[in-house]
Design a binder for this molecule. Structure first.
Ligand code: ITT
Length: 187
């Protein structure tokens, strides 16, 4: 095992909890650190996390960061890297308004996770495909979860699922599982 304890720099309790629960499956403990993240605007979430990690001072700890977003086909991938800003401005009702009477409701979530240990940075991606619901459904999860119906589910939105159910198929779970496998398989 490469590292059995790593630190996640995030402002999101929800992201932290989901990531921690996934890494537990691999015997990796995830702690949290509060840092001022320096973000760059880019289309590729991997570029965003790698840049942020490079800006962080190295205090010897293995640090992980994640950048995630929802990409809606009909809107040309919007909000994508602007997911956080758009959620704060338009919210889910605003997205549903943009999608009123739209037939192609396909969308996907993307997660990019990167870890820095010393000078080395490794990154992992996770995706989940689905559709945008016609109304806000469910109170679970966070962010866009109440309007996102994963293709691999039973028609419920992520907002109608438990965290355990979301963690079976989510973009974040997939990216963090790749990280967990990498940590567990490296000497
Ligand atoms: P960091 O401090 O880790 O950057 P953040 O909330 O800014 O936290 P992101 O930039 O990764 O996180 O995510 C952008 C937005 O996308 C976030 O504010 C959520 O609203 C949304 N989002 C990301 N993952 C999501 C998920 O699993 N379910 C629902 N919404 C999600």
């Amino acid at each position: 095992m490469r590292e059995s304890k790593i630190w996640m720099a995030t402002s999101s309790d929800d992201k932290y909890t989901e990531a921690r629960d996934i890494l537990t499956e691999f015997g990796v403990e995830l702690e949290r650190i509060d840092v001022e993240k320096i973000e760059v605007q880019a289309d590729d979430p991997v570029e965003i996390v790698v840049y942020s990690l490079r800006q962080m001072e190295d205090d010897g700890r293995a640090v992980v960061m994640e950048d995630a977003g929802i990409f809606i086909e009909h809107l040309g991938g919007f909000p994508g890297p602007y997911s956080s800003y758009v959620l704060g401005r338009l919210g889910n009702p605003g997205i549903l308004k943009l999608m009123e009477d739209v037939e192609d409701r396909s969308a996907h979530y993307q997660s990019a996770v990167a870890i820095r240990s010393g000078n080395e940075i490794s990154s992992f991606r996770g995706y989940v495909r689905g559709t945008i619901a016609s109304s806000v459904k469910g109170t679970g999860g966070f962010g866009y979860d109440p309007i996102f119906i994963p293709d691999e589910g039973d028609g419920r939105t992520f907002g109608e699922m438990t965290e355990e159910e979301k963690n079976v198929i989510s973009h974040r779970a997939r990216a963090f599982r790749k990280l967990g496998e990498w940590l567990a398989s490296s000497p």
